[in-house]
Design a protein. Structure first.
Length: 243
């Protein structure tokens, strides 16, 4: 191949790389790759073998038939510059996952090249599949197998845990010995501070001037935060993890 041929090949390769890295909006990404929901398992990244797919399909179909709740597994190669949280929220709404009027849907989304996984939870399931429970499932059930590139095992275990939680059996987080030691020292320090405060405040004679200092000042009772907002249906509930 001549110099011109090598130059053309290099330019072509650079063009392909740049095209692959070009940012794409969530709407465009969904329209291109996820326009229609054609099943409860959408494995665009090719992480699942036939046996795992069959196991997952049986698990998801059985849960949906018994409860009407829909769980969808999604894998993809790239988010094209978007956040996983934004993608999950919009994909869930685009597909209308969950029973109409009940918002009883959830997604398990895996992006292996970005080392990210998310559980996106519909409004109607937030009371059981909470952010905390989603985080425990991700960090203690899904990610350990993922770290060993056992994606099918992690996804299957994750879906099983989601079904378990939705069935009323929470997944309890594991607390390491180091965490317990930290809690013990923290509580001991708090106890010492409380005792010290009591001694300083009540261990001296109270004078009229002290009473005046401790009296509530005008406006103190009104100092509270009213800035907390509300939520939405498929509006971002869930959790994201990295490995």
């Amino acid at each position: 191949m001549g110099a011109r041929g090598w130059l053309f090949a290099a330019l072509l390769l650079c063009g392909q790389v740049m095209a692959a890295d070009t940012p794409v909006s969530v709407e465009a990404l969904i329209a291109e790759q996820f326009a229609q929901l054609d099943g409860r398992i959408v494995d665009r990244a090719g992480l699942l073998d036939a046996a795992s797919t069959a196991t997952l399909k049986h698990m998801l179909d059985s849960h949906e038939q018994q409860t009407g709740e829909q769980i969808v597994v999604v894998t993809l190669d790239s988010l094209h510059g978007n956040t996983l949280e934004d993608f999950g929220y919009q994909l869930g709404r685009h597909w209308g996952v969950g029973e109409k009027g009940k918002n009883s849907g959830a997604l398990l989304i895996v992006v292996p090249k970005a080392h990210q996984v998310r559980i996106e939870v519909g409004y109607g399931l937030e009371d059981r599949l909470t952010d905390a429970q989603s985080s425990v499932i991700i960090n203690q059930v899904i990610i350990p197998p993922f770290k060993q590139n056992r994606f099918a095992q992690g996804i299957t275990a994750g879906v099983n845990a989601m079904v378990q939680v939705l069935g009323g059996k929470p997944v309890h987080g594991k607390v390491s010995h180091k965490n317990w030691v930290g809690w013990i020292f923290g509580l001991a320090a708090l106890f010492v501070l409380v005792i010290g405060f009591v001694v300083i405040k009540y261990g001296r004679r109270t004078t009229p001037s002290d009473d005046d200092d401790d009296a509530p000042r005008p406006g103190d009772s009104d100092k509270r935060s009213d800035s907390a907002g509300g939520g939405g249906s498929f509006g971002g509930a869930g959790a994201t993890g990295n490995w």
